[in-house]
Design a protein. Structure first.
Lengths: 345, 452
């Protein structure tokens, strides 16, 4: 008898599973960049507190994963918003089109600074992008010749840097942060130090530019595939290392980390906003317009996200480390009118 | 008798050339190798114990503090000019007043609190003083006002969470020295907290809301709780139990008692054994492909998590059930059949009740395994920031929820160091659940197990 009951319950559960499909989704679903995740969850929390809609569900997983999920199609079992720490790619847009996602809104929420930080009790550093290139590149130019990187200590790279062994924890290639590091630090440093010219002269334009991004493989540069907490833990174990962090992460750990200047500029919300601090990037989220009137609260959520209360210079996002967008008013206008993004330029 | 014994000893001694009472070369080697083996075993056990003790000690020392939380008692004047401009307590108008309007009320209340206790701290700006209160506070005051609109215009006593750094100060995570370097706290504010503690308005007490409150965003670690995660895990366990126990037991009874041994059942058997060894992430991929993309079930929902974990638990339950059924001696079946029972009656009336303790033990251990599983949930969207409690079952099975191990993972990736403590606290809660479940399994086995 007992088993008949159990079987009945099981059958009932399966029936419910089938019935559940007809149920409408009433909460917003967001997925994407783990850099944007803290900001998105701060907004989601405040949104749930202040509006009559349920708190949105925010998932991490990376910018690429978020954009891919956004472009999976239109319908309640696909996500509404993709957070992204780099701009959407043409391949994503094509993928979206192929799956019937025709109108996407691009919303820039602000900027994120990328900082270089070391143990608080160690010496302080003042870098230029060229220093990083000369410290980490596989091949550098010494006396006009291309040689394998001979530098062992920061002092070898530049005379006024401290005599400390080079060891750098940089974001792994799957991170959006790595892209910025490659472009704003390594490529710029390659150009600045004059190595690019030598590379191009030796290997031709295309291969020469690629050589700028070739990192040395003798254990001096370590890719961190986890998040900033892992970098911090590694830094804790290797006090003489330098780690790459997001500005907001650094600001939450100022008692353990000291930050290095870049081109003489100390990174802060202000210096990133003014553009003085060179290593920064815009943060975005992408909204599926077809869901706007289907998922309750979606329009309200995106308007709330870019409102002055949240994303403005005095809002909680800036307090957490987001660099406010000076053109926020234009974004607010665009969001209100649901302007879909045009082709990438 | 003694002669014979003497004789045999002497013959043995004669053959080896030595007395039996003295240890020969070979015996010495044997004894030494036994001692070595014993030592090795002891060392292995010691290493195991050390690892467990080390793990527990680090988790407990990090996590026990998350069960306590610092609160500040503040009298807040619910200013009608700020909260209800129309003055008619219209719920809709009150709803429009956001938490941003409540923050100044709390600042004013903290200023007043400092004044009434006559506290003076050099270098503390009034604007910063309110920062010792959690950013969660405006929301809790707002919820109170929305629930009791008649209280607007009165002064109400609130127990508000203290900021995570102030809380960390009383837990030893933040010190005066680190506060000097920390952007989120200043020594002056800690001094204020100390004086408020002295005045009796700042207290550290047991943190029930750690078990009931939902997750909180990165700016307010002090408010983060396990409520949604515990509920989500419980929902998933219900689904796993309801689906995998009947399916698993039915499958094993059929295979063990009814099925004929042939090529086909052999393949099934091999497959079950293989399934039990499949890495759990594979079930996550399967869940994403079948339950979400094909069947259209919602993302982040306990129903999908439960279904995926059911697939993972089924082989464990089937293997345990089959072992339990095999352990029932054939004489019981034969006796039942002998007095005229049908095969089904023999199985359900006699064999199954005797196998029940073994089946339940296997089920509980399977459930415990499923409770601690994270990898498959990663792919079906359960590793997410979920603040909304899922509804009551059965509809609640389709609402987004989190799960205990997922919450641990989530918190360890956050920037604020206060979340490390939370994560360790969550591990303790998870371990307690696992210990309870395993304890239950042992108890059932001890109490109902029969030996033949």
């Amino acid at each position: 008898m007992k088993f008949k009951h159990l079987a009945g319950v099981a059958a009932g559960a399966l029936l419910l599973a089938a019935a559940g499909q007809a149920q409408a989704r009433d909460q917003i679903q967001i997925k994407g960049s783990s850099t944007v995740l803290p900001y998105a969850s701060i907004v989601a929390e405040a949104f749930g507190e202040n509006f009559d809609f349920p708190t949105p569900v925010v998932e991490g997983g990376g910018s690429g994963a978020g954009r891919k999920a956004l472009c999976e199609g239109v319908g309640e079992n696909t996500i509404d918003i993709a957070d992204s720490s780099s701009r959407i790619k043409q391949s994503d847009i094509d993928n979206c089109k192929a799956n019937g996602v025709n109108e996407i809104q691009e919303v820039r929420i602000g900027y994120d600074g990328i900082v270089f930080a070391s143990d608080i009790n160690g010496p302080s550093f003042a870098f230029t992008p060229a220093d990083w290139f000369n410290a980490l590149a596989a091949e550098v130019v010494v006396d006009g010749k291309i040689v394998a990187n001979p530098n062992k200590s920061w002092h070898d790279v530049k005379a006024d840097l401290p005599d400390q062994e080079i060891l750098a924890f940089i974001p792994g290639t799957k991170h959006g942060t790595r892209e910025v590091f490659d472009i704003k630090v390594l490529e710029d440093g390659c150009k600045e130090s004059g190595a690019l010219e030598a590379f191009v002269a030796a290997k031709g334009e295309k291969d020469g530019e690629k050589m700028c991004l070739n990192l040395r493989t003798d254990g001096v540069s370590v890719d961190i595939d986890g998040d900033y907490t892992e970098t911090l833990a590694r830094l804790d174990a290797n006090k003489h290392a330098i780690g790459v962090f997001g500005l907001s992460f650094y600001q939450n750990n100022t008692d353990k980390l000291q930050v290095a200047t870049m081109n003489g500029i100390t990174p802060s919300v202000e210096t990133v906003a003014s553009g003085e601090y060179p290593v920064s990037r815009p943060l975005f989220f992408y909204v599926k317009n077809a869901h706007l009137d289907v998922i309750p609260g979606l329009q309200e959520y995106i308007e709330f996200f870019v409102s002055d209360d949240m994303a403005g210079p005095d809002g909680p996002l800036a307090a957490y480390g987001l660099v406010p967008d000076p053109e926020l008013a234009a974004t607010q206008e665009k969001v209100k009118n649901r302007v879909p993004m045009g082709p990438l330029n | 008798m003694t002669d014979i014994a003497d004789q045999s000893v002497s013959t043995a001694a004669a053959t080896t050339g030595r007395s039996l009472l003295q240890r020969g070369e070979h015996a010495k080697r044997r004894a030494a190798s036994e001692t070595r083996f014993r030592m090795l075993g002891l060392v292995a056990v010691m290493i195991g114990i050390l690892a467990v003790v080390g793990l527990l000690a680090s988790i407990l020392s990090n996590g026990v503090s998350s069960f306590f939380q610092t609160y500040v008692t503040v009298d807040i004047y619910l200013n009608p000019a700020k909260l209800d401009k129309t003055g008619n307590r219209d719920p809709e108008a009150l709803q429009k007043v956001t938490t941003f309007a409540y923050a100044p009320l709390i600042s004013a209340a903290v200023e007043k609190l400092i004044e009434t206790h006559g506290i003076e701290i050099e270098g503390l700006k009034p604007k910063d003083a309110a920062k010792i209160i959690s950013k969660e506070a405006p929301a809790s005051v707002r919820n109170y006002v929305l629930a009791h609109p008649s209280k607007i215009g009165e002064t109400v006593k609130f127990d508000l969470l203290a900021d995570g750094r102030v809380d960390g100060y009383y837990k030893g995570r933040v010190t005066m020295d680190s506060a000097k370097l920390d952007r989120n706290i200043s020594p002056e504010r800690l001094e204020l907290a100390d004086k408020l503690k002295h005045a009796g308005v700042l207290k550290t007490r047991f943190n029930w809301s750690f078990f009931t409150a939902p997750d909180a965003s990165d700016t307010r670690p002090e408010a983060a709780g396990l409520g949604v995660a515990i509920l989500g895990s419980a929902y998933m366990m219900i689904i796993v139990l309801v689906l995998s126990l009947p399916l698993g037991v039915a499958a094993s009874i059929y295979l063990e008692e009814f099925a004929v041994q042939n090529f086909f059942t052999d393949i099934i058997e091999v497959n079950i054994a293989n399934l039990a060894a499949v890495p759990s992430i594979v079930f996550g991929i399967l869940g994403l492909a079948i339950f979400i993309n094909f069947a259209g079930l919602p993302q982040s929902a306990p129903i999908v998590g439960g279904l995926v974990l059911t697939l993972m638990t089924l082989p464990t339950i089937i293997i345990a059930t089959r072992a339990a059924l095999k352990a029932v001696p054939p004489s019981i079946r034969e006796a039942a059949l002998g007095v005229g029972a049908s095969k089904m009656q023999a199985t359900f009336h006699h064999v199954l009740p005797l196998a029940m303790p073994g089946i339940l033990t296997g089920t509980i251990i399977g459930l415990a395994q499923a409770l601690g599983e994270t990898a498959p949930l990663l792919l079906i969207g359960m590793v997410a920031f979920v603040r909304e409690f899922p509804g009551a079952p059965p509809e609640g099975f389709f609402d987004p929820a989190s799960a205990l191990p997922v919450q641990v993972y989530n918190w360890t990736t956050r920037g604020d160091p206060a979340f490390v403590e939370r994560a360790s606290g969550a591990i303790i809660v998870l371990l307690v659940f696992l210990i309870i479940m395993n304890g239950l399994a042992i108890m059932l086995r001890r109490r109902f197990e029969r030996r033949w």
